[in-house]
Each structure stands twice: as structure tokens, then as C-alpha cells.
Design a protein around this ligand. Structure first.
Ligand code: TRP
Length: 441
């Protein structure tokens, strides 16, 4: 139970509350969401099951798991790719998690209060500050670090039993409040009525990247967690439940953000800043008649968001830490420090690229946008593509069947469907989406 909860904790995080709304906003709303659902169902769930199979069977760190289950060293490279990906993600993720921490303290101090233009300028001046956001980001990585080396993950798991449902209920309450704002219906329409004219060439890959990012898929993060699963855990059911919960939270986050954004005049395609320039308005305006309630709900929301982000950063940190500990034969503490220092450097550069220092751009994107793009849209799909081919074609199918069916006790009839999907559907779809993105088809 604890480990399934931890896996769900890894999935639910800023990917749902921060990245999903901003991606949806940039890609025209409902049409993007339809593609996103398709990616979760067709590619995400089989992908999760594949990582679960590798992890539970081999009971080892990401790279060793691939080598062990196939008996070939070359496949370890997929594990290495995953470790590299999760390290880069942790770097830029910590920047956004740091913003959430800053917003938590600012909402306690009441310094987010003001009209929509004040809220916007607050974000702009804070995120382009030279050292403040860097400190918050590094601080967030250090918190993750200490959770990992103190081994208090069990405590975090126990806390999430209470805090995750609380986040859910709070989201629901904020959704209701947000939908009652004047002019909110335009936001609801944006989310529910597809406008295919806004769909661009790149929308498929963006939906795919968002689905994988949100499910924590493509870095063997799920593999690492599955190495702690019990022998009788139903892999398919767990994948389905986690995907459902994760998608539900993303949709609620969308229903919280867009009605409010349309109501106060925030552009839906504002990018990574979207939730930060929208939420403070919600807490003030939607609760205008009872400001104390808005104040308390705001604080609780940022606190729960920080917690959700922490359960995700723990999972990313853990992949690298487990790898360095076992492969470099150094102590766990040292291994964790290696990762913490590397991620902190990435975080600092990403943070500075938000405007504090000019020229920190790659291919016309800020470093933060670039890291987000290259991981979510290139490296995660590549990891999932290779993992799928690996499980479908290179692992002994007897082993795969045994893991999928818990040695012939469950889901026997679904195995051929799963097998067909990892052999053909998943790799071909990812390949086609790539080819489409780069204009080949
Ligand atoms: N899924 C998490 C979120 O939605 C982020 C995350 C955690 C992740 N671990 C990961 C993304 C591994 C990719 C790979 O916030």
C-alpha cells in the first residue's frame, strides 16, 4: 500500500498543477486535452506497466535493471538515459518548486494582495531577481536531499495518506469558487469545447510529452519504485488507478486556472508563469466576501502544492542516488551529494535564465524552457520508446507474462492485448509522432 501511494505521489505534482494548465493554455484548450487523454490511455498505461515489469522482476537500480533482465550490457544505456533525464528534470523542476515555496511564504505575509496587474508584476520582479529564486530552488533540492539521506521517506508516505486527499478536496473547493467568478464561463468553454484551428503541428508531441511527464514515465523512475512492489501487486490495475488519479488532478487544476484566468484577463498562453499570475487573484477575488477564508485557503493550497512537488522530487532524486550508490560503489550519502550538487547547478542556471542574466538561451528558448522541452518532448518519449521495444522484443516473454499475470493468477486474457501494444502500438505511435513533429509526415 505504502509503495503504491509513493508511486502516486511521484506522479502527482507540478506536472499536474503547473505544467498541465500552461501546456493546455498554449495549445488551444480542449483539443489538446483530447490528445492528452489518448496518449495516457494508449501509450501511458502500457508504458507504466512495462516499467513496473522491469522493476519488479529485477529489483535493482535503473541501469542495472535493464542489464539484468535482458542479460545484455548494452541495454543499461536506457537506464543511463533515464538517470540523465531525471537529473535535468529535477534541476528545472526545483526552480518552479522554489517559486511555490516563495508563494507560500508570501501568502502567509499577505504580500500577494493587489489587483491583477500587481500580481503580474510581483511574479515578474520575483522570478527575474538575481539570487532569491536561486536560493529557493537550491533550498528545495536540499530539503529533498535530507529526506533521502535521513531515510524518512516512510514518514512522507504516511503523511501523503492524509495530505493527498486533502489536496484533492481543496482543489475541488477552489474549482467551485473559480467557476463562480464573473466571466468564468469563457474559461470553462476553453477547456471543454475543442477548437481544432488552434492545433499546431507540434501539439501531438506536446500532448505526448505532457502525458509522460505527468505519469513520471520514461526515466525508469517507475521501475525503481516497482522494485519495491509486492509479488501480488496487480501491475495493470495499479497503473490504471494511478493514471486515473493523476489525470483527474490535472483536469481539476485546469478547471481551477482557466475560469479565473479568463475572468481577470490573464492570457491562457502565458506559459510557465500562468498559475503564478492567476492563483493569487483567485484567492482574493473568489473569496472577496470572506477574505480570511481566501487567506487560509491560499496558504493551505501552496503548502499542499509544495508537498506534492516534494514527493515528486524525492522520486527523481532517488533514481540517481540509487544508481550512483550501486554503480560507483560510494556510500549513499556521498551519492546523494553528487546528485544534489549537479541538480543545484542546473537549477541555478535555469533560474537565472528567467531574466536575471541575459543570454542564457538555447535555440531561442530560456534555459528553463529548453530543459523542459528537451526532457519532456525528446528524452522521455525516447526512454519510453526504447523501454517498450525492450519489453516487447528483447526480454524473455515468459518472464514478461509471469510478471504481467502475477504468475498466471490475474489478467491472463489481457496479456496478448498488452503484448501487442508494447510490441507495435507504443513504439509505432511514438515514432510517428516524432516524424510528424519534424515534418517527415
Ligand atoms: N510526474 C511528476 C509531476 O507530475 C514529475 C516527475 C516525478 C517526473 N518523477 C519523474 C517526470 C520522472 C518524469 C520522470 O509533477
Amino acid at each position: 500500500m505504502g509503495i503504491i501511494l509513493a508511486t502516486a505521489g511521484s506522479a502527482v505534482g507540478l506536472g499536474n498543477v503547473w505544467r498541465f494548465p500552461f501546456m493546455t493554455g498554449q495549445n488551444g484548450g480542449a483539443a489538446f486535452i483530447i490528445l492528452y487523454f489518448a496518449c495516457i490511455l494508449l501509450l501511458g498505461i502500457p508504458g507504466m506497466v512495462s516499467e513496473f515489469i522491469i522493476g519488479r522482476h529485477s529489483q535493482a537500480n535503473a541501469a542495472r535493471a535493464y542489464g539484468h533482465i535482458s542479460g545484455r550490457k548494452l541495454w543499461k544505456l536506457v537506464g543511463h538515459l533515464g538517470i540523465l533525464t531525471s537529473t535535468i528534470i529535477l534541476g528545472f523542476y526545483a526552480v518552479v518548486a522554489g517559486w511555490c515555496l516563495q508563494y507560500l511564504f508570501a501568502s502567509v505575509a499577505g504580500s500577494l494582495n493587489g489587483d491583477a496587474s500587481y500580481v503580474l508584476s510581483y511574479f515578474q520582479s520575483f522570478s527575474t531577481h538575481l539570487w532569491k529564486p536561486c536560493l529557493w530552488a537550491v533550498g528545495f533540492i536540499l530539503i529533498t536531499h535530507f529526506v533521502i539521506i535521513r531515510g524518512v521517506q516512510a514518514g512522507i508516505e504516511r503523511a501523503s495518506k492524509l495530505l493527498m486527499p486533502l489536496l484533492f478536496v481543496l482543489l475541488l473547493a477552489i474549482v467551485v469558487a473559480s467557476c463562480m467568478l464573473p466571466g468564468a464561463s469563457a474559461g470553462i468553454k476553453f477547456l471543454l469545447m475543442p477548437d481544432f484551428s488552434k492545433v499546431s503541428q507540434s501539439v501531438m508531441l506536446e500532448a505526448l510529452g505532457q502525458a509522460f511527464f505527468s505519469l513520471s514515465l520514461g526515466t525508469c523512475c517507475l521501475c525503481t519504485y516497482a522494485s519495491y512492489f509486492a509479488k501480488d501487486t496487480h501491475l495493470l490495475r495499479s497503473a490504471g488507478e494511478i493514471a486515473l488519479l493523476d489525470t483527474l488532478i490535472a483536469i481539476l487544476a485546469g478547471l481551477m486556472i482557466f475560469p479565473a484566468a479568463f475572468s481577470v484577463g490573464v492570457q491562457p498562453d502565458s506559459g510557465p508563469s500562468l498559475i503564478f499570475i492567476t492563483l493569487p487573484n483567485v484567492f482574493q477575488q473568489a473569496f472577496a466576501t470572506v477574505p480570511t477564508l481566501g487567506y487560509v485557503i491560499g496558504i493551505m493550497f501552496y503548502a499542499l502544492l509544495v508537498f506534492a512537488a516534494l514527493t515528486s522530487t524525492i522520486s527523481m532524486h532517488e533514481i540517481g542516488t540509487a544508481f550512483f550508490t550501486e554503480e560507483l560503489n560510494i556510500g549513499r550519502k556521498k551519492a546523494a551529494w553528487v546528485l544534489t550538487v549537479v541538480c543545484s547547478l542546473i537549477a541555478v542556471f535555469c533560474s537565472l535564465s528567467m531574466g536575471a542574466v541575459d543570454g542564457l538561451t538555447l535555440f531561442g528558448m530560456s534555459l528553463l524552457d529548453f530543459c523542459d522541452f528537451i526532457t519532456a518532448q525528446i528524452m522521455l518519449p525516447m526512454g519510453a520508446f526504447l523501454t517498450s521495444l525492450f519489453v516487447g522484443w528483447f526480454v524473455n516473454q515468459h518472464t514478461v507474462r509471469n510478471e504481467f499475470t502475477n504468475h498466471g493468477t490475474v489478467y491472463q486474457s489481457l496479456f496478448p492485448v498488452y503484448q501487442f501494444s508494447v510490441r507495435y502500438v507504443v513504439p509505432l505511435c511514438i515514432l510517428l509522432i516524432f516524424l510528424h513533429q519534424f515534418g517527415v509526415i
